[in-house]
Design a protein around this ligand. Structure first.
Ligand code: HEC
Length: 146
């Protein structure tokens, strides 16, 4: 009986963790819309002269290439949002083109939720992005390194 009870308790803990994780991604999606999408959103498409920042899918791919597991990805993105440190950039070309990202006032906790969403959510990808990525980086990572 005791074994069953602790098994049940563990199952409940596990399931609530999963729900929590989903929740973070969902909240992250909303927070992303509020704090990031004005610059990183679909507007301007792949025409960089009409954009003010790289599309978020491009940010995701550069970060996933270096921080492939979720924990380090979330830390790296949240660190960047907290402090834009040019010596830590993974997108030097973007800094050259757009200048360094201006500070965004968002709590660490919210930045982590946003980063979870960018890592595993369904982020927007401007039409033509896949083609651009293939041209720039070859076909082998067409699934975005995931
Ligand atoms: C006012 C426009 C603007 C907003 C708002 C903005 N960004 Fe950026 N972001 C940029 C620009 C421009 C770049 C490209 C230059 C650079 O890398 O600094 C960039 C680059 C980045 C990078 C790559 C940094 C690097 O160089 O390695 C990350 C990560 C990022 N943004 C995350 C976010 C997140 C998360 C949010 C929302 C909390 C956000 N940004 C909001 C303009 C913005």
């Amino acid at each position: 009986m005791r074994v069953i009870k602790s098994f049940l308790a563990l199952t409940i803990i596990f399931v609530s963790h999963l729900a929590q994780a989903d929740n973070n991604v969902e909240q992250g999606a909303q927070l992303y819309k509020t704090y990031c999408s004005a610059c990183h959103g679909a507007q301007g498409g792949m025409d960089m002269s009409k954009r003010v920042a790289p599309p978020i899918i491009a940010v995701r791919m550069h970060y996933i290439g270096v921080y492939s597991d979720k924990a380090s990805f979330v830390t790296a993105v949240a660190d960047w949002v907290e402090k834009q440190d040019a010596s830590k950039t993974l997108m030097r070309g973007a800094i050259r083109k757009f200048n360094i990202m201006p500070p965004v006032s968002v709590s660490r906790e919210d930045a982590q939720k946003i980063a979870s969403y960018i890592y595993e959510g369904n982020v927007e990808s401007p039409p033509g992005f896949d083609k651009h990525y293939e041209e720039m980086h070859g076909k082998q990572r067409g699934n975005y390194g995931r």
